[in-house]
Design a protein around this ligand. Structure first.
Ligand code: FCB
Length: 452
């Protein structure tokens, strides 16, 4: 392990000292395992991962981190990091195996106990209702291509919010609807693995509609916890100062950021000329989608590089790339936050995901992941600068608590603060976990005592 890990700058410490929530994040399919236990129904990710050729080495979330059985130890692990908050997702097919109709008491009980255990340790629970594991039974009825799925989602959201809402610190509807729409229905690299751009656009509308219907249903049910949505966003930079690059940058930003932000905050879809498909929108849909939010979750990993040249100008790598091949560009997080702050009337913002994959190795019982410390530190500096510039960022959730099933990349990509030895399910906090804990403790002005 490095003897001296760099710490946050004095100005960042000042900016993050007050009113800032420190967390870690996970998602159900990536950690829970127990795919066939206690009445859980199959999801589109079970189907996809078990379809030959779709994921690395055919790997699936059947076992993952076995969190479904080890959740008590994992809650203790979270507490040991000294964080304030834990973001997790609820597996819809675990609580409602067919996506409509009967509820599964065993699945509901699992999340009840998890939330209570977090609260008992003074850790705020932040839940997400949909992190990509649609019940397969709903896919068999058309999935997100079917408008009816939006209403099924609203019913599920209302039920879960009535059940857990009084104990959650926040509740998000969707995680990264762009991924569901584009990676799932246009590029086909995620479940359900379809390759139809026009359909993907319609899916994006049904996802946003389902969000709006869910928010409306939860508010009507009197749910009091803050409600929001989590979007993946990037800053966009032009390779060259040409009109072609600027036009491309506008289109990329419209596709990636504005396609979701404009309907949520302005009640319309962007009409950038580079956007090829328009969804079928019924009267009243956009008013439903525009329902006021209590918070916005932003996930940031890297920037978008706009180069219209042929061949395109290579994306710079001054700070290197992660094990996913994503450029490390912390400045983009600040640029993005300041831009969306200028362009929209934002509710409080949480950075609900940020982190890096690194080819970690367990050596002598420890993992020295210095590059991850640099990644987190530099991105926290960016958040601190955005806060100092007036963006109301209320917290930061590192992705991820522990190494887990990274979708089509299987178990090859390690994002965790905590190393997971999949053969034994042993968890080993990495150097970055120790750094994170010390950073949080330092800002709280405490010693190395526990977190209460
Ligand atoms: C995000 C996902 C999350 C994880 C990280 C690396 O897009 O929300 O589940 O896979 O990327």
């Amino acid at each position: 392990m490095r003897s001296i890990a760099p710490s946050l700058s004095p100005s960042a410490r000042e900016s993050l000292r007050e009113g800032f929530t420190w967390g870690v994040a996970t998602a159900a399919y990536q950690i829970e395992g127990a795919a066939h236990e206690d009445g859980r129904g199959p999801s589109i990710w079970d189907t996809f991962a078990h379809t030959p050729g779709k994921t690395r080495n055919g790997e699936s979330g059947d076992v993952a981190c076995d969190h479904y059985h080890r959740w008590q130890d994992d809650v203790a692990l979270i507490a040991s990091l000294g964080v304030d908050a834990y973001r997790f997702s609820i597996a819809w097919p675990r609580v409602q195996p067919l996506g409509q109709g009967a509820w599964n008491p065993a699945g509901l009980g699992f999340y009840d106990r998890l939330v209570d255990a977090l609260l008992a340790r003074g850790i705020q629970p932040h839940a997400t209702l949909y992190h990509w594991d649609l019940p397969q039974a709903l896919q068999d009825h058309g999935g997100w291509a079917s408008r009816d799925t939006a209403q099924r989602f609203a019913d599920y959201a209302e039920f879960m919010a009535r059940r857990l809402g009084d104990r959650l610190r926040t509740l998000a509807t969707h995680n990264e609807p762009w991924c569901t729409a584009v990676l799932g229905h246009q590029i086909g690299k995620f479940a359900p693995g379809l390759c139809d751009p026009a359909l993907a656009t319609q899916v994006s509308h049904h996802l946003l509609l389902s969000h709006g219907l869910a928010v409306r249903a939860m508010r009507a049910a009197g749910v009091t916890c803050p409600l929001g949505i989590v979007l993946n966003q990037s800053s966009v930079d032009t390779a060259e100062d040409t009109e072609a690059d600027r036009a491309l940058a506008r289109t990329e930003y419209a596709r990636f950021v504005r396609w979701y932000m404009d309907p949520l905050f302005h009640g319309r879809y962007p009409d950038d000329p580079g956007i090829e498909h328009r969804p079928v929108v019924q009267d009243g849909d956009l008013a439903i989608i525009q329902a006021p939010l209590d918070f916005l979750g932003i996930n940031y990993y890297t920037r978008i590089w706009a180069s219209a040249a042929q061949p395109p100008r290579p994306q710079p790598k001054a700070l290197g790339v992660t094990d996913m091949g994503w450029e490390i560009h912390p400045r983009g997080l600040q640029d993005l936050l300041e831009r969306v702050h200028r362009e929209y009337r934002l509710p409080p913002v949480y950075i609900t995901e940020n982190g890096m994959a690194h080819a970690d190795r367990l050596q002598d019982g420890a993992v020295d992941d210095g590059p991850r410390i640099d990644y987190v530190r530099s991105h926290l500096e960016a958040v601190a600068a955005a806060r100092a510039a007036g963006v109301d960022v209320r917290g930061y959730f590192y992705w991820s608590l522990m190494d887990n099933y990274e979708w089509d990349s299987g178990y090859d990509k390690r994002f965790g603060l905590v190393y997971v030895d999949y053969a034994t399910q042993r968890r080993v906090p990495k150097a970055s976990a120790h750094w994170y804990r010390h950073t949080i403790e330092g800002l709280r002005g405490r010693g190395t005592g526990g977190h209460g």
